[in-house]
Write a protein that binds this ligand. Sequence first.
Ligand SMILES: [Zn+2]
Length: 348
Amino acid sequence: MESEPFEREKHVTFLEMMYRLLPHQYQTQEINRLTLAYFVVSGLDLLRALHRIDKDAVADWVLSLQARPSDSDQVNNGQFYGFYGSRSSQFSPQDDNNGASSSGISNLASTYCALAILKIIGYDLSSIDSELLLKSMRNLQQPDGSFMPIHTGAETDLRFVYCAAAICHMLGNWSGMDKERAKEYIINCQSYDGGFGLTPGAESHGGAIYCGITSLRLMGFLEEDVLSKNVSSSIVNVPLLLVWCLQRQAGDGGFQGRPNKPSDTCYAFWIASVLKILGGHKLIDQNALRGFLITCQSQYGGFSKFPGDLPDLYHSYYGFTAFSLLEEPGLNPLCVELGMTDLAAIGI
Ligand SMILES: [Zn+2]
């Protein structure tokens, strides 16, 4: 039977709609506005439709969210000077009435998304004031090598190690982190079953594995296609990791994030990306995976988490990345380590 097509035009229309106005259901995600914008901009680039947005306006908006100290006394106050997630998080709730405002809190995930958007639209990152950003980012690294997303009172785990590594890689400057300590932390997150947890000793999880393996790649500690080379020289247990990842492809063809969970569109990106880096993506049943993803494709454009549900921006974006990994015609190739097209990653 002929399988259903990937509805590229509908997906472009879906993202253009999100570019103009986010539906009210996204209100609770206001503080993650930069992340939502990253899904739209990177998604349009994957779909070869980046020309549909006003790149100068996008660059101006992103740059307006960069955190800066209000005076030189604040430079060494332990805060992180990255990017705010949105306009509302740019201002502190304690702002007083006489115009003196204390700054809001910028965070690592928003900073990764801001730099990724700028890189995708071709903005020259060397013109960003990155010295203070990187210097203040070191305040977020913990003695065990992990990162907090903000300068105070937050959880630390592999997600923020990835953000820090991607930020340093995009800026071409590793002064923002101690790579050796980060490497030790990542290695400590590999579990007895071959997967990685978000923290040492935590249950293995597809998203954590992506963060661990891509961070090691970006930092230069892991070779590409290690399976065709000498796996025993790798700093992680590659054979066990390979088995864990391949076993996540379920009977319906989709990928699950953990054993005994239902297949979910986004894990076709998180886990297939790791398999691509290891050189094991040839072992995926690609027809079955495509078949599952098509059942999550919405008739209105976009992808849902589970078959038949309404689409959301997050799962739509990871649906597009998954189809790019499956080499669907009409999509740009993906740089899995940075979460953007190869062309954007290279800077063409
Ligand atoms: Zn998901």
